[in-house]
Design a protein around this ligand. Structure first.
Ligand SMILES: O=C(CO)[C@@H](O)[C@H](O)COP(=O)(O)O
Ligand SMILES: [Fe+2]
Length: 224
């Protein structure tokens, strides 16, 4: 992923898990390049989704770039399993508990030849990411409280932070992608784009639609 290119990232959380392989193909068939996988541990967030085995299953079905969003405590403890499972980008939360540290975990991801992402909860200010700005390939600005799909976009709470993240990046000659996640639809994606986002996670607005070709076309057009 490059920060000057817009990407639509369907989130598998909103897919029909009774036919995961077909759902992955449904995205690939309409030109999706990057798939977003939400890992939730029931502790860092109030929901449980799936773990490395699902990432491995998806990896077997596709060569799409896999963007793995870890909403878990101790991401450093579980990191190796997600690397082995075939993730291309691994995003960790700055608010999570670590056995080691955020920076050590980001460095391990890059040392494995993968891309490293850092995520900020809506309540966490951009300043929390500054110490890691040189260590990341992607900054994920959560636009809903992490844990569930289908929630409304928190524009007022998150757009000033997204713009600050863009301005800081550009002022310092950095190149991290800016991803938004939660409540992204054709009416909210352009707002996020105007504030600096180039990667748009779309759960309900992609997998919730029967016509995913139309969904992809509409979402792509509104951020191009
Ligand atoms: O990380 C998360 C939720 O915590 C997301 O990736 C959701 O899966 C987005 O779903 P929609 O808001 O697009 O339905
Ligand atoms: Fe996510």
């Amino acid at each position: 992923m490059t920060h000057t290119t817009p990407y639509i990232l369907p989130s598998l959380l909103a897919a029909d898990w009774s036919k995961v392989a077909a759902e992955v193909k449904r995205a690939e068939d309409v030109g999706v390049e990057v798939l977003h996988l939400d890992v939730m541990d029931g502790a860092f967030v109030d929901n449980i989704s799936f773990g490395p085995q699902m990432v491995q299953t998806v990896r077997k079905c596709t060569s799409m770039y896999l963007d793995v969003h870890l909403m878990i405590h101790r991401p450093d403890h579980y990191l190796e399993r997600f690397l082995q499972a075939g993730a291309d980008n691994i995003t960790i939360h700055v608010e999570a508990r670590y056995d080691t540290s955020v920076v050590e975990t980001l460095r391990r991801i890059r040392a494995a030849g993968k891309h490293a992402g850092l995520a900020l909860h809506p309540d966490t200010p951009f300043e929390a990411a500054i110490p890691y700005a040189q260590e990341i390939d992607l900054l994920l600005i959560m636009t809903v409280v992490p844990g569930f799909g289908g929630q409304p976009f928190m524009e007022k709470e998150t757009m000033p932070k997204l713009a600050a993240a863009r301005d800081y990046r550009d002022a310092h000659g950095l190149k991290y992608n800016l991803e938004v996640d939660g409540g992204i639809y054709i009416h909210t994606a352009p707002i996020a784009k105007a504030h600096g986002a180039n990667a748009f996670v779309c759960g309900t607005s992609f997998y919730g639609r029967e016509d995913t070709a139309a969904a992809m076309a509409g979402l792509t057009q509104c951020v191009s």
